[in-house]
Design a protein around this ligand. Structure first.
Ligand SMILES: *Cc1c(COP(=O)(O)O)cnc(C)c1O
Length: 382
């Protein structure tokens, strides 16, 4: 066996697949039974590792998967050959010829796409499933809601295309319920203007994790697209969201590489942005922005050592982060430090960690680098 296979870990992420499964089941239980569960697993399943996450979500009862692109769809196909997959991002014209082969549903926002996808279906002699996306105020993908009818008609008339779903995406479901309600109304109005459109035959979806809080029961909505929440992270406070009791799936850990004493007045790290106010003991952690600790968390973040919060002092650097452990004399090289997660009686949540880095949990998860092995709890014997 190679040396590297046996090396102890310097910085790693622990992924709790059992918690992931409980989260999916909890989310399902909080929603009416007819609501389909679209598991959003783009960006390597939010940095958790696509194959492992998708396999567990398939086992737990996801109905459909959503990814950003064809490469992600191909990885997913290796895990579950027959699972329905929706591609959320626009397909590049250069990618068209791979569509039929992967047997995925694509998002349609424009007349040009209808024409392209219809010719893909004709050439391959296989029908292609499409979801019509309607822009109700996000200003990104989708046909503008006032023009949705025209694109719907083109899909309807196109040879080889099968309309499998209609959807929209909310721009501020976490903090602007009025605008979210307006987007819902625009969506429903756009659907009502499409002649012959029968929502009972389609997947009708709008809600991401935060949207679930205001999901309209009784309307035509019959699916939700869940990303963040299944990983145990609340996108916003809310009664329905909290009733799910989602548990964190991800934790982020490293070890102390060196402990040393420094005299009062010493400037810490590049730029000397922190000057020691007293004689101090500092611990140098074996992780930095090269692992995914944002540099903007310099002088702000905290880490757990021996169950206690210790402040990060000075700049986060590529391979090292420095913390003040003056009040924890027992800290020694090799000790585990928790960046995100629980240690003894305290826990640092990913939302709190993200705030220290001026970012959001979605970005934090996508920023954990390739240097960081993902360990799945079953492998840890936990
Ligand atoms: C990423 C994404 C989601 C999932 O969003 P969360 O807030 O993580 O639940 C849903 N819909 C679309 C279109 C997305 O791109």
């Amino acid at each position: 066996m190679s040396v590297t296979a046996n090396l102890p870990l310097r910085c790693w992420a622990e992924i709790d697949l059992a918690a992931l499964e409980r989260n999916l089941r909890g989310i399902r239980a909080a929603l009416p039974g007819q609501i389909r569960y679209v598991a959003v697993v783009k960006a390597d399943a939010y940095g958790h590792g696509l194959p492992q996450i998708a396999a567990r979500l398939m086992h737990a009862g996801a109905d459909l998967f959503a990814v950003a692109n064809l490469a992600e769809a191909a990885s997913l196909r290796e895990v579950g050959p027959d699972w329905p997959i929706l591609i959320l991002s626009p397909i590049l014209p250069q990618e068209d010829r791979y569509l039929a082969e992967l047997n995925v549903a694509v998002t349609v926002s424009s007349a040009e796409e209808v024409a392209r996808f219809s010719s893909v279906a004709r050439d391959s002699r296989r029908p292609l499933n499409v979801h019509l996306k309607i822009d109700t105020g996000m200003g990104r993908l989708g046909v503008w809601h006032e023009q949705a009818e025209a694109v719907y008609q083109l899909i309807h008339d196109a040879a080889g295309l099968r309309l499998a779903g209609v959807f929209t995406h909310f721009s501020s479901p976490d903090d602007d319920p009025e605008f979210t309600a307006l987007q819902r109304r625009r969506f429903l109005l756009a659907l009502a203007r499409c002649p012959g459109l029968d929502t009972a035959d389609l997947l009708v979806h709008a809600d991401n994790s935060a949207g679930i809080e205001t999901l309209e029961i009784g309307g035509p909505f019959n699916a939700v697209r869940v990303g963040l929440l299944q990983f145990g992270i609340l996108p916003r406070p809310g009664t329905l969201l909290e009733s799910v009791h989602a548990e964190p799936v991800f934790s982020f850990r490293t070890r102390v590489g060196l402990v040393k004493n420094l005299p009062r007045g010493t400037g810490i790290s590049y730029g000397r942005t922190h000057i020691l106010a007293r004689d101090s003991r500092v611990a140098i952690l074996a992780a930095g922005y090269g692992d995914g600790i944002p540099r903007s968390a310099s002088n702000r973040a905290q880490v757990l050592l021996h169950g206690q919060r210790c402040p990060v002092i000075g700049r986060v650097t590529m391979d090292q982060t420095i913390v003040d452990v003056t009040d924890l004399p027992a800290v020694a090289a090799g000790d585990e430090a928790v960046l995100v997660g629980r240690q003894h009686d305290d826990e640092i949540g990913i939302t709190e960690f993200s705030r220290w880095g001026d970012t959001i949990p979605w970005e934090t998860l996508c920023s954990v680098t390739k240097r960081v092995p993902r360990l799945y709890r079953t492998q840890l014997g936990l």
